[in-house]
Write a protein that binds this ligand. Structure first.
Ligand code: CO
Length: 132
């Protein structure tokens, strides 16, 4: 079902500062940058082989990522797994007892189709299914 780690998402307060740090400390370059209004986040994707590190920062107060930042501070937020068919993967996970955040697949950044699975019931990790 899983074909690749699509991205590891990290919440940061200052996206430009984080992008600069990853460039200077790790030589990582921005492959894509996008504001996703629906989720209230701006993201910068840093390419690592076929996967990405996704730096995200909230664009408005009260968004889920803003609340996460207030409560838990900067750091790891979720793991995105690449799947060939998001709807099928979501259905299989729910059938296996996972708790969905999204009841049905929805648009993500980069014209992907995504669905989130709740950390409760997933050993404490927010999981994102990503179909390119
Ligand atoms: Co993500």
């Amino acid at each position: 079902m899983l074909t690749e780690i699509d991205h590891v998402a990290i919440v940061v307060r200052d996206l430009d500062a984080a992008v600069a740090w990853y460039r200077d400390a790790l030589g990582a370059e921005v492959a894509h940058r996008e504001t996703v209004e629906r989720d209230g986040v701006e993201e910068a994707l840093l390419a690592v082989a076929e996967s990405f590190v996704q730096l995200i920062t909230p664009t408005r107060d009260g968004s889920p990522v803003a609340k996460f930042l207030d409560k838990r501070g900067e750091g790891l937020h979720h793991v995105g797994y690449r799947v060939p068919d998001c709807a099928a993967a979501l259905e299989a996970m729910v059938k296996a007892g996972a708790t969905p955040v999204d009841e049905a697949p929805r648009p993500g950044s980069r014209n992907t189709t995504i669905a989130f699975i709740h950390p409760k019931g997933s050993f404490g990790t927010l999981i994102e299914l990503v179909e390119e």
